[in-house]
Design a protein around this ligand. Structure first.
Ligand code: NAD
Length: 361
């Protein structure tokens, strides 16, 4: 029997989670809830997702613009086993009582404080500890990226201390009311909230994060300096660890990927030929040429597509809650359904044949 899923909040994250849930063989997308008619409500209807009304607006608002609705959020909650709340920050906490009263399990997003749910979740990091929970919080895009990298580093070499500078995008591409459109805005709170948030998953992790916001919409970039507890044999060992971990995408030097413009261009192209259904990029992106190990010190950059990195994590969080399978099985199942798993063909080049000359700027 499939787990019946509702999505409340059909914006940047919610619409992507709904699409991902709809592709999973063991999950059923029962419907999505929106507060008002919009292009996104229209998208839900065009995709065949039953549409429900959240909040105080009446169904007549939707009917007036020709969008059929099936019922109210309370009706949706009566038909599902779990709701994924993808409403704006702090609204999820307000919704918690509704979910409890309806007796449905709930998954919240990283904009909520950690205590909104029984545990914070990341599929590579703490799936096992989240099995059977009634509520989970999928950590934010930046914390998801850090947690995935921690899941690579910690079991292999341990981490004595980790410094991350987060270069954060100003807004998502579809937003027109946030900035800056010029200038660089440092987050003066130190550490930024990302380090403490990472410790909701790895309580013992020594990590200090600082952040600046820059005028871009494409991605975040993290600059990482990690003092490991034990030294890897060299850069190659760290590279191989990233390469062999699901949800990491490495770019070789010869691919000519200078920065986030080419990364997202790759994602747009990939959607055209690979079976990946969207132009999103849910993996941690690592530049091979930017990975370096000196003794116990590891350095690497990673780029994060903020709009999509948490999407597969929401799917895995559902499986963890209902104890459908173990973590690696869930990650593989999710990634297969999202078209991310490709057979390793003999024609997949890895080694850098010289690579383009480095430009200095
Ligand atoms: P969004 O504004 O794009 O989407 C939120 C949607 O919820 C909108 O469609 C809005 O109309 C709807 N909504 C508002 N009030 C509602 C209510 N009471 N009931 C139902 N729906 C309601 O926001 P988003 O970027 O998708 O963020 C959602 C959550 O995901 C936040 O916690 C955020 O911090 C987190 N998150 C966002 C990103 C990102 O980069 N956008 C990345 C990771 C996590």
């Amino acid at each position: 029997m499939k787990i019946r899923v509702g999505v409340n909040g059909f914006g940047t994250i919610g619409k992507r989670v709904a699409d991902a849930v709809a592709r999973q063989p063991d999950l059923e997308l029962v419907g999505v809830a929106k507060t008002r008619p919009s292009f996104e409500a229209r998208r839900a209807v065009e995709r065949g997702y039953p549409l429900y009304v959240a909040g105080s607006a009446g169904p007549e608002k939707f009917a007036a613009v020709g969008l059929p609705v099936v019922g109210r959020l309370s009706d949706l909650l009566g038909k599902v086993d779990v709701v994924v709340d993808a409403t704006p920050e702090e609204v999820g906490r307000e919704n918690r009582a509704l979910y409890r009263a309806a007796g449905v399990r709930a998954i919240f997003q990283g904009g909520e404080e950690a205590d909104v749910a029984e545990a914070s979740f990341n599929a590579l990091a703490n799936y096992a500890a989240c099995r059977g929970k009634r509520s989970l919080r999928v950590v934010s895009c930046n914390t998801t990226a850090i947690a995935r990298a921690a899941a690579v580093l910690l079991p292999r070499w341990g981490v004595d201390h980790w410094e991350v500078t987060l270069v954060r995008r100003a807004s998502d591409p579809g937003e027109s009311k946030r900035g800056p459109v010029d200038g660089i805005v440092p987050t003066l709170e130190m550490p930024s909230h990302h380090g403490p948030d990472a410790r909701t998953i790895f309580p013992e992790l020594s990590i200090a994060t600082t952040a600046v916001v820059v005028p871009t919409t494409l991605m975040h970039v993290h600059v990482n300096h990690v003092r490991l507890s034990r030294a890897p044999t060299g850069t190659g060992e760290l590279l191989e660890a990233f390469r062999s971990t699901p949800r990491f995408h490495l770019f070789a030097p010869w691919e000519g990927v200078d920065g986030t413009p080419q990364v997202m261009e790759y994602a747009r192209n990939r959607a055209g030929f690979s079976g990946v259904p969207t132009t999103d990029l849910v993996e941690n992106v690592v530049w091979e040429a930017g990975v370096r190990v000196d003794g116990r010190d590891a350095h690497f950059f990673q780029a994060i597509h903020q709009e999509s990195i948490v999407v597969p994590e929401n799917v895995d969080a559902i499986r963890a809650m209902f104890d459908l399978c173990d973590g690696p099985t869930s990650v593989a199942r999710t990634d297969q359904a999202l078209g991310l798993v490709r057979p390793a063909g003999p024609g997949t080049p890895r080694a850098a044949p010289g690579g383009p000359a480095r430009r200095r700027r």
